[in-house]
Ligand binder design. Structure first.
Ligand code: 5GP
Ligand code: ZN
Length: 110
């Protein structure tokens, strides 16, 4: 499948890993929008938030236990977690991912 994040999971594209376990990979965003900008992804390909269902939701729950560990490791107490679903929401990579943004005062959501 021609998916950039699957290629990152498979090691075909290098990444700057922050956290990894059997189900989840977290790495620095290549075009950071904040002083700290990390992407947290399931290793399993899910196209976005609208692909989450009862059968696969445990990985999302797991991601949300990993996020505070990553934030703590990176020294963040205040941070934003964002997922974009669909092109009009700004989704450019169609593999579910959660942005962790922090390291500065974040503006209002828009
Ligand atoms: P989206 O716009 O889909 O919510 O977020 C996709 C994010 O992936 C963007 O912030 C973009 O900078 C990041 N990104 C795209 N390609 C790569 C890549 O090859 N490596 C890394 N580390 N980040 C990427
Ligand atoms: Zn993928």
């Amino acid at each position: 499948m021609d998916c950039i994040f699957c290629k990152i999971v498979n090691g075909e594209i290098p990444n700057n890993t922050v956290y990894e376990d059997d189900r989840v990979l977290a790495f620095y965003d290549i075009e950071p929008k904040a002083p700290v900008h990390v992407l947290v992804i399931p290793k399993q390909h899910l196209r976005g938030a609208d692909a989450v269902c009862e059968e696969n939701a445990s990985v999302v729950a797991h991601i949300f236990t990993v996020i505070p560990q990553i934030a703590s490791k990176l020294g963040l107490t205040d941070y934003r977690v964002v997922t974009n679903n669909g092109a009009d929401a700004g989704q450019t990579v169609h593999h579910l991912h959660f942005h962790i943004l922090g390291g500065r005062t974040l503006g209002e959501m828009g």
